[in-house]
Design a binder for this molecule. Structure first.
Ligand SMILES: Nc1ncnc2c1ncn2[C@@H]1O[C@H](COP(=O)(O)OP(=O)(O)OP(=O)(O)O)[C@@H](O)[C@H]1O
Length: 253
């Protein structure tokens, strides 16, 4: 049975319909559609400059779309005020390129920071210490708790950034190029970690990547963003065996 049929009665946690965004004459998104189902790993692949970041920014409200519908857990984000958007954002974790840890803070302080920022999400007597330890254990780096970011390798920084994302128990995680800049072995470790986390917390993940090996390993389903639209959707195997030259171009090494 096809994967998209298997999951068709699952809850949709992210829904994008006919999303359009232009910058002057540069028509970046020309009617992009996407559904992310509860518990799945959906990979979006597109060439550099195809509009993947623009799509993500529209999704989290950092850019205003020209038209189209974006629903996050059944809420239309275009209709939300800043406060409602902030509450919704607490349910969405991001792992952006470059990890962006605060260089002047220890690992512990980097993890405490989002807890303070989103304290509404937790009750008053949360055990910060326990949450920080658990998040670090999840990424296998409890022993790095008192280190500064400058003392961490690239792979460790990526893991800590993931722990910082996880500490808020997001329902959805958006990964922007999670393996970029990492050597193949470290990239594989990050992929395994993403899989473990998905299993443990049943999160739904949207993963933007250029890395074909990452897409193969992690995706339940994929969407190819080509010419501003969701040009093709399917499993890795379905897309990798497609004869359309525009699709083939992604899979040849
Ligand atoms: N704020 C902006 N103002 C004007 N043009 C923009 C803006 N943001 C993005 N663009 C344009 O939108 C297009 C898509 O950019 P985007 O960053 O989404 O590409 P991408 O697919 O994420 O690329 P990469 O894989 O290289 O990160 C590019 O032509 C870019 O110049």
């Amino acid at each position: 049975m096809r994967k998209d049929l298997q999951i068709s009665n699952q809850e949709i946690v992210l829904h994008i319909k006919d999303l359009k965004k232009s910058f002057g004459d540069n028509h970046v998104l020309k009617g992009f559609n996407m559904n992310l189902y509860q518990g799945e790993n959906l990979v979006i692949m597109g060439k550099s400059g195809s509009g993947k970041s623009v799509m993500i920014k529209c999704l989290v409200g950092l850019l205003e779309a020209d038209s189209g519908l974006i629903r996050v857990m059944n809420k239309d984000i275009t209709g939300l005020d800043q406060r409602a958007l902030d509450i919704l954002r607490a349910d969405i974790g991001f792992l952006f390129q470059g990890s962006a840890l605060y260089d002047s803070m220890t690992v512990r302080e980097n993890l405490e920071f989002p807890l303070r920022r989103h304290k509404d999400k937790f009750d008053d007597n949360i055990d910060t210490e326990a949450l920080v330890s658990e998040a670090l254990e999840n990424v296998g780096l409890l022993n790095a708790i008192d280190l500064m970011p400058s003392e961490l390798s690239g792979g460790m920084k990526r893991r800590i950034a993931l722990a910082r994302t996880l500490i808020l128990r997001p329902k959805i995680i958006l990964y922007d190029e999670p393996t970029s800049g990492l050597d193949p072995i470290t990239a594989k470790e990050i992929i395994l970690l993403m899989q473990d986390i998905q299993k443990k917390y049943k999160t739904s993940s949207l993963i933007i990547t250029h890395d074909v090996d990452c897409a193969r390993a992690i995706s339940d389903r994929m969407i190819l963003l080509i010419d501003g639209i969701d040009y093709a959707t399917g499993t890795f195997e379905e897309l990798a065996s497609n004869e359309d030259p525009k699709i083939k171009a992604f899979f040849k090494h």
